[in-house]
Ligand binder design. Structure first.
Ligand SMILES: C[S@@+](CC[C@H](N)C(=O)[O-])C[C@H]1O[C@@H](n2cnc3c(N)ncnc32)[C@H](O)[C@@H]1O
Length: 216
């Protein structure tokens, strides 16, 4: 199955142009609605002094906002390096370069190489990754307090849209694919690793799910 398990799939789509687009949109308008909802949710759970691990954080805009709200440190994991110049510029402009670590690693394939964090975030990432069980299980195992992820709804409309988009990728010879994984099964994977779903909000396009680990 093609997708981001095969980083070539992601490299085809998430290149320097996409990175410049994300960075310029963030400079002009700040976070988009879904990222802002995630930041709000994390802040409500308490972000002061927290370590943040963001999987597939792109140019790092979401984590910059968490650092602004008091997070101590953010680690970004990516599969592609195209974001790095823009991410460095944004972190420098925010004055937080020393509090950001950026790594190229697939946490699903190499979970042991990644330290745990208080808060783990995946925004619009599970829909790029074929093996959601492996990805979310690894992300959950790294979340000491809170895991938040966003995903597209799974209904007739979203499935038709994703099929049409994937058909377009196929015709153009691209290996990248989008996925509408089953929402309840994604939550079940994380709950099986000891977290409990405490938040599930349907936005216009993206659902945001938050799962907490009981202190112990
Ligand atoms: C649609 S983009 C979203 C970028 C950013 N989170 C945003 O919302 O602007 C998905 C990103 O997830 C990354 N990604 C997918 N699977 C990943 C994995 N297993 N580990 C790290 N990054 C991953 C891709 O490289 C891509 O940059």
């Amino acid at each position: 199955m093609a997708g981001c398990c095969d980083p070539r799939g992601c490299q085809e789509l998430f290149g320097p142009r996409f990175a410049r687009h994300l960075a310029s949109r963030y400079r002009r308008r700040g976070l988009d609605a879904t990222a802002a909802r995630i930041v709000g949710l994390v802040a409500r759970h308490g972000v002061d002094g927290a370590s943040v691990l963001e999987v597939g954080g792109g140019v790092g805009d979401l984590q910059l906002e968490l650092l602004r709200r008091g997070a101590a440190h953010a680690t970004n994991l990516e599969l592609v390096d195209a974001y790095e110049p823009e991410a460095r510029r944004l972190a420098a402009a925010a004055g937080v370069s020393g509090r950001v670590t950026r790594r190229l690693v697939d946490i699903a394939a190499d979970p042991e190489s990644v330290p745990a964090a208080d808060v783990v975030v995946l925004n619009r990432v599970v829909c790029c990754y074929p093996d959601y069980e492996r990805l979310l299980a690894a992300a959950a195992d790294h979340a000491r307090r809170l895991l938040v992820f966003s995903h597209p709804p799974r209904n007739a409309v979203s499935r038709a849209l994703v099929s049409a988009t994937n058909a377009g990728f196929r015709v153009r010879g691209r290996s990248f694919r989008n996925f509408t994984h089953p929402p309840a099964a994604m939550v079940a994977v994380v709950e099986a690793r000891g977290l409990h779903a405490s938040y599930d909000e349907r936005g216009r396009l993206w659902r945001v799910v938050g799962l907490t680990r009981a202190a112990g």
